[in-house]
Design a protein around this ligand. Structure first.
Ligand code: UFG
Length: 328
């Protein structure tokens, strides 16, 4: 039997496929290659170039394969873009999930691991954030991910489908062997943007605001290695396969770093001075996002292996230094 990974050509999707295959699982990847890369797809995965909103194409995949569980990464994920083009997010993220759930129900596949986000919380009431805390997204991307979670909850109670939603904090790093890593076009994430400076692609890094109520005035985030995220998906899948109930889990290291600390870390790792300048705040950025991942540790038995920021950034640097243009 196989695991169907939707969005398996993307950043977190491709790392999860890699861990699944390394663990001896049979994997089917579906991706429309809108933001994913053909070269990121594991050679041992069977690949279908399909947009999940296309019900008949998705039906063909379910008919051709023997699927026992689904991991769903296939969604638009740029916060800024979601504010300018909200309907694109409703169409792809909610539309794609409706079609997927319809196909799963029609084909009797009832286990789903879902790629959710800390953006479902919005501005937190307190840190570290618990899964039971208020969810009030401050951007359309987070709103669609929260709506996708809610859709799964209703479908679960109506049709018996079970799901686990994993709310990631700041995914970063790359596979330690340097073969796959982060690549977005356009790139908006802090770590890859910082590493464009030592790679000679950017003169300096901009710091979006230094007047937040944090220890050095710059935003605090909880950075979590992509391989640790990938491992959590496998644990969640195995829990569902063993009969576990629907649930939601935060995934982070539980430690916050400021933007200045991340830049300083990249200076240590790369040996490059990495000039930085303070620019105005970016709209919609909460001052601090730090996860409590105790629930994932207690219930799923999740043990992040990369809890040290220097190690995380080193894996990212290994990838970016060898692949300055990503998968292009
Ligand atoms: N930042 C800069 N300069 C840059 C880029 C980012 O100072 O050039 C700062 C941001 O203001 C933020 C931090 O670096 O404080 C991290 O920014 P990212 O864009 O890397 O990540 P975000 O925290 O904005 O977003 C991440 C994920 C989203 C997810 C969100 C959850 O990328 O998908 O966490 O809040 F929705």
């Amino acid at each position: 039997m196989s695991i169907l990974v939707l969005g398996g050509a993307g950043y977190i999707g491709s790392h999860t496929v890699r861990e699944l295959i390394d663990a001896g699982r049979d994997v089917v990847v579906v991706d429309n290659l809108q933001t994913g890369f053909r070269k990121a797809i594991h050679p041992l995965a069977r690949f279908y170039e399909v947009d999940i909103r296309n019900r008949s194409a998705l039906e063909h995949v379910f008919a051709s394969e023997d699927i026992e569980g689904v991991i769903h990464f296939a969604a638009c994920s740029q916060v800024g873009e979601s504010m300018h083009d909200p309907l694109k997010y409703y169409d792809n993220n909610l539309g794609g999930t409706i079609t997927l759930l319809q196909a799963m129900i029609a084909n009797g596949v009832d286990k789903l691991v879902f790629s959710s986000t800390a953006a479902t919380y919005g501005e937190p009431e307190r840190v570290p954030i618990l899964e039971s805390d208020r969810t009030e997204p401050t951007n359309c991307y987070g709103e669609t991910k929260l709506s996708m979670e809610k859709m799964m909850r209703w479908v679960s109670s109506a049709h018996g489908l079970r799901y686990i939603a994993l709310r990631y904090f700041n995914a970063c790093g790359a596979h330690p062997d340097g073969s796959i890593g982060e690549a977005h076009d356009p790139e908006t994430h802090l770590v890859p943007l910082i590493l464009q400076v030592p790679n000679g692609q950017r003169a300096k890094i901009s710091i979006f605001g230094d007047d937040y109520a944090t220890k050095d005035g710059t935003c605090v985030r909880d950075y979590i290695h992509v391989t640790d995220l990938a491992q959590a998906h496998i644990l969640a899948l195995d829990r569902l396969l063993a009969g576990g109930e629907s649930d939601v889990f935060n995934l982070g290291n539980g430690v916050g770093f400021t933007v200045k600390e991340v830049i300083e870390c990249a200076r240590r790792v790369t040996g490059h001075p990495i000039p930085a300048e303070i620019v105005p705040r970016r709209a919609g950025d909460p001052a601090q996002l730090i996860a409590s991942s105790d629930k994932a540790k207690d219930v799923l038995g999740w043990k992040p292996q990369y809890d040290d920021l220097d190690t995380i950034v080193s894996t990212a640097w290994k990838w970016h230094a060898a692949h300055p243009h990503g998968f292009a």
